[in-house]
Design a protein around this ligand. Structure first.
Ligand code: TMP
Ligand code: ASP
Length: 239
């Protein structure tokens, strides 16, 4: 890979242009932020662990019929990914009630509803990523109703595949956030990352949190926990 050109730096990742047409290099950083930048820290080794975990998860999805932007892991912290125009909303998938949903509705964390819950959030740090619905997304020009139907179907498939994968690793997939993008030919693909920064993982044996809540809630052992998630997944996937 020749010299990389910085395109964008976010809280946890840097995007570089590269010499492979239609592709970018994504570098995972050790920086951790929460509550819209109020809480910040450097967690040694997080970049490497998140690159490894996201590469394993997106690679697994690619090989199970879910198209993602991930092409290959280049080194400890970098991935080669396909370019896509990111849609300006996040999809949150919830199997167990936790986090903002528990708070907003006055529910106990840990309740398991009969159905899987899908939320949409507008990507806007200034507004605090507000919850929106399908009609808002269409009215704001973020997606068509047909695209939303496809996005929910893909999100449900991702949930089924990943619940099974994490279950084998002794982990319950409580909730997660994913993002979608459109390729040059208009195909919808999964973009961004799937890491303990963007999901909730609870150890099935102990109930211990194995995700960014350890950082958000000052539970300690953040680095070790991310390493444990990477090692359990690698074990299952024989990586
Ligand atoms: P929440 O409890 O804050 O609504 O988050 C639900 C899940 O989505 C949780 O696993 C964290 C993840 N998430 C992100 O990764 N980024 C975000 O901006 C938001 C709002 C949630
Ligand atoms: N809402 C997400 C979190 O708590 C993102 C953020 O706070 O920046 O991590």
């Amino acid at each position: 890979m020749k010299e990389l050109k910085l395109l964008y730096e976010g809280n946890s990742k840097i995007i570089y242009g590269c010499d492979v047409d239609g592709h970018v290099v994504i570098r995972f950083k050790d920086d951790a932020t929460a509550f819209y930048n109020i809480k910040r820290a450097i967690i040694e080794n997080k970049g490497k662990m998140n690159c490894r975990i996201s590469s394993m998860v997106l690679g697994y999805l690619n090989s199970h019929g879910v198209a993602t932007h991930f092409v290959e892991q280049l080194n400890d912290t970098d991935q080669l990914c396909r370019c896509a125009k990111h849609m300006a909303f996040e999809v949150i998938v919830r199997n167990v009630i936790a986090g903002s949903m528990a708070k907003r509705l006055g529910l106990d964390e840990g309740l398991t509803p009969e159905n899987v819950i899908f939320d949409l959030c507008l990507k806007s740090d200034e507004l605090g990523d507000p919850l929106i619905n399908d009609h808002h997304a269409v009215a704001l020009g973020l997606a068509t109703y047909d695209e939303l139907a496809t996005i929910y179907a893909i999100s449900a498939k991702i949930n089924t595949l990943l619940c099974e994968l994490f279950d084998k690793a002794g982990i319950s997939l409580v909730d997660f956030k994913i993002e979608f993008g459109r390729t040059a030919v208009g195909d919808l693909i999964l973009v961004d990352e799937f890491t303990p920064d963007t999901c909730r993982l609870w150890d099935k044996a102990t109930g211990e949190r194995m995700d960014k809540d350890r950082f958000r809630r000052d539970l300690g052992h953040v680095r070790e926990t991310y390493e444990e998630v990477a090692s359990r997944l690698a074990n299952i996937l024989k990586k």
